[in-house]
Design a protein around this ligand. Structure first.
Ligand code: 5GP
Length: 192
């Protein structure tokens, strides 16, 4: 544990496996805590209020925005999600590291407010190889190639806002890489 914790922000496109990675990383790495987000999304079965999320109503969420209680917030699909400043600040000051697992819009907001954080971009496995494959195959229509390349490019271009990129090709490898990033960051001279 360092005297003041390090903020780690893990983000990436929806469905890229961030959830599976963060759960396993938290189980393996000591002295790091997940920041519990507030959301207006209905609770899924098996989820516990205060453990998985703080499940709140849209009007409660609105009040928290007005009271400036969020470090960041974003609409993801049709629900609101937000990181509570209180969660992050309190944990960092108690010397623990904090992990945020949030969407891309949220990570951008945190980067602006807390640039000292460590930003990890989780990338889906297909993107890197996609360009080569599409060109190599030579079968797709020009439009469909372009659409895919645009999507690929938009995704890749997000990576420049981050400090690290982890390709979630094999889950175990991705977990190990995130673990390694956390351990390496803790060894930085500036924390000693
Ligand atoms: P789910 O509803 O499946 O738990 O999460 C949906 C998406 O919301 C995921 O991409 C997750 O990373 C993102 N998310 C969860 N909490 C937050 C948060 O506090 N802020 C932002 N911006 N996104 C979040």
């Amino acid at each position: 544990m360092t005297s003041k914790g390090i903020l780690f922000v893990m983000s990436g496109a929806s469905g890229v496996g961030k959830g599976s990675i963060h759960r396993e990383v938290l189980a393996r790495v000591p002295d790091i805590k997940l920041s519990i987000s507030a959301t207006t999304r209905p609770r899924r079965s098996g989820e516990v209020d205060g453990r998985d999320y703080f499940f709140i109503s849209p009007s409660e969420f609105e009040t928290k925005i007005k009271n400036n209680e969020f470090l960041e917030y974003a609409q993801v699909y049709s629900n609101m999600y937000g990181t509570l400043k209180s969660e992050v600040v309190h944990t960092l000051h108690s010397g623990y590291d904090v992990l945020l697992e949030i969407d891309i819009q949220g990570a951008r907001q945190v980067r602006e407010k807390m640039p000292q954080g460590v930003f990890i971009f989780i990338q889906p496995p297909s993107l890197g190889a996609l360009v080569e494959r599409i060109h190599g195959r030579g079968l797709d229509s020009q439009q469909s190639i372009q659409d895919r390349l645009d999507a690929c490019h938009a995704e890749m271009s997000m990576a420049r806002y981050y400090d690290y990129v982890v390709i979630n090709d094999r889950l175990e490898d991705a977990i190990k890489k995130v673990e390694a990033i956390i351990i390496a960051e803790r060894c930085r001279v500036k924390y000693y």
